[in-house]
Design a protein around this ligand. Structure first.
Ligand SMILES: Nc1nc2c(ncn2[C@@H]2O[C@H](COP(=O)(O)OP(=O)(O)OP(=O)(O)O)[C@@H](O)[C@H]2O)c(=O)[nH]1
Length: 288
């Protein structure tokens, strides 16, 4: 995972580089984390695309709440935006990507065929914030053989196209954009799911935010993981945090409990979860 300290100069450079490379592709695969589909995207990408077709890839779907993933896919469909939920680590559903890109670019492909090109190639690239799984997707898609080298006009030096299917070529390096976490809630979601470096946020705050979220949305998971009863669940979040700290043997060392809770969430000890829903009417995610 690339550790990038995003400062304004860095952002501008990333933006320029990504914009330049978008010009070279027919379609963009925007990779997001299925547990935080909205918070793990950089909204600036939309304007950078300049009408270029896009497929949203909700990666790490194996860690996300399947019901909420369905809701997200339905929301994308309603917005006429092709989207695919995958588990890149196990190459789950990844093969659908080439087919979806072909469908989306049907007109362009037909025009190329009419001009005599027998098997028009689709050129694509992955774009996303750090740690969403861009490289994993690339590695899974690519059959290791390099399709075209970058030595031609308009193609950045040393950049290569990798063959990802009979008619799909991928740029060898993904486009990296910065996470946008000026909004505190977005920051908390990204921190809790491990999408941003631990140094950026205060672990106590993230843990308390996470505990509050799970108390509201996934209470049954908390009960099960930490052996909590009805009365425990009526405590205020910070009281429950204090209770858990002593219950789990950390005495009064709240920071150790905070770290434990964050790690448990990230490792999936509290089950599969998604920290945001596409509509305002969020419902409790689990039933007790
Ligand atoms: N559980 C799960 N883990 C995944 C999946 N895809 C990627 N990962 C893991 O997520 C971490 C980040 O994956 P990368 O492919 O390095 O992500 P990236 O977007 O290329 O990251 P940067 O290089 O930081 O931009 C790695 O530890 C991967 O093994 C997935 O679908 N499910």
């Amino acid at each position: 995972m690339a550790q990038i300290n995003w400062f304004p100069g860095h952002m501008q450079k990333a933006r320029r580089e990504v914009a330049e490379r978008i010009k070279q592709v027919d379609i963009v695969f925007e990779v997001v984390d299925a547990r935080v589909p909205e918070s793990s995207r950089n909204p600036m990408l939309l304007s950078m695309l300049n009408q270029k077709p896009r497929i949203a890839i909700l990666n790490k779907a194996d860690l996300a709440d399947p019901n909420r993933t369905k809701q997200w896919l339905a929301a994308y469909e309603q917005a006429d935006q092709p989207a695919l939920a995958i588990d890149a680590q196990h190459a789950n559903r990844l093969q659908q990507l080439a087919q979806m890109a072909t469908t989306q670019l049907a007109d362009k492909i037909a025009r190329k065929k009419a001009r005599g090109i027998k098997t028009p190639h689709i050129r694509a690239m992955c774009i996303g914030i750090p740690n969403v799984g861009k490289s994993t997707i690339l590695n899974r898609l690519v059959h290791k053989n390099i399709a075209v080298t970058g030595n031609r006009p308009g193609v950045t030096k040393n950049q290569q196209w990798l063959k990802a299917g009979d008619n799909l070529d991928l740029l060898d390096t993904p486009g990296i954009l910065w996470p946008k976490f000026e909004d505190q809630e977005v920051g908390m979601r990204l921190a809790l799911s491990g999408a941003i470096a631990d140094t950026v946020f205060n672990a106590d705050d993230v843990a308390l935010w996470g505990l509050t979220y799970f108390m509201q949305e996934y209470p049954a998971r908390l009960r099960k993981a930490y052996g909590l009863n009805d009365a425990d669940m009526t405590l205020a979040p910070h009281d429950l945090m204090a209770y858990l700290t002593s219950k789990l043997g950390f005495g009064e060392e709240y920071d150790r409990m905070a770290t434990r809770l964050i790690n448990d969430v990230r490792k999936g000890e509290l089950g599969r979860y998604t920290l945001e829903v596409p509509t305002a009417e969020a419902e409790h995610a689990d039933t007790e």
